[in-house]
Design a protein around this ligand. Sequence first.
Ligand code: MN
Length: 456
Amino acid sequence: MDLILRNGTVVTHAEEFIADIGIEGGRIKQIGQELGASAKEIDVGGKYVFPGGVDAHTHVDFELMGKRTIDDFHSSTVQAACGGVTTVIDYVFPAPGETLMQAVESWNAKAKDKTVIDYGLHPTLFKPDDQMLQEMGDLVAEGHTSFKIFMTELGEFDQFAPQYVEAMNMAGKLGALTNIHCEDQCCISYITKQLEAAGKSNVKHFPDSRPRISEGLAAHRACALARIADAPVYLVHLSCEESMDELNDARAKGQTVYGETRPIYLHLDRERFNSKTDPERYVGWPPLREADQMEVLWQALDSAVLQTVATDHVGWSMEQKLEESAVDTLQPGMSNLETVMPMLYSEGIGKGRLTRKRFVEVISTNPAKIFGLYPQKGTIAIGSDADMVVFDPNKEVTISHENMHSNQDWELHEGFQVTGWPEMTLSRGEIIVENGKVLAQPGRGKMLRRRKFGQL
Ligand code: MN
């Protein structure tokens, strides 16, 4: 065997036990007590061994609203590795005139020499036409088995709704999953105009411009349209109880509907927009909500109303974040890959909101299952890729941009204190980060061809 991790407390979505893990050829070869000798052995007694995180929602290197992200496939995947995330699934945005397949090639060209962990790709559909519907089959055949649609102006959803429903139907027929950004543009446009007229279009009013009702309405419409299209759907970055109600209602009707939430909605609330220094940093779509919604989401995660936590990671410099000032032009998003697992652990398990098994399930196993990567990714089992994180449950860390690996010159969770931090991250059996030291060579990560959609 190439490597044995000895005496760790192995945690999967299903069980927890102390064992040795033997790794050979990048995969888990043996799990058991007192495995025989190996060239390299590491004692991880007293530490948890979790499957590496699978972050199904990232934007590691792209352009949005005329700006190019400050992070790329190297800096973003280094952050992921340092934080215990060993797989990302990144959203591919076709450039004007590019076909979906060309866009996938462009994405691989950006990733190829830079990424330090494995990655999958979700092609994004903008204004689907017949050619695009045709191409979806080719993409699924290549292992890109999920597609993204935006219900907002970004996707011109209201103008092209019938074509989007056809695309959902096509995805369903092909065995692919449609990922939907749920916010209602009619609500947003109407309210934004009202805010402007009242002289309230600055960042303090950003949450008012995209209220919970706009998300709930869009989630309702997404589920209803998915029902018509006879297709499974995955609703991304849900932030409030209105969306939880829609998930429950759709499931009660027998639909296959999955829900994702995002760290910012678990850890921060809209009071942040009253902060004196650069509240623009907190801008994301949808916005931060009222404080009581955080507990709604924790409960929804615990009770399996929500299936996954994913970051929507996107790195911007503070200058980029501060360039615009009106509610409808503020730059959305923030870097989040390095903190997602330790913060979910500290706030979730540390505060009694999640069990360790459920933590593994929402951050690793469920996204791997939903997006056709399980059991290669998302668990610790014989034959699975040796993607694991050795986690020190007692390490105390104060989060600061100085000890993060993003190219951002700021950190969203600056000063936040957590208990528990990754000590070592392995990707296909290779130790890629050890005690904060990045050992991975850029370009070692591989593009993943994912299987067709399978129910949890
Ligand atoms: Mn996103």
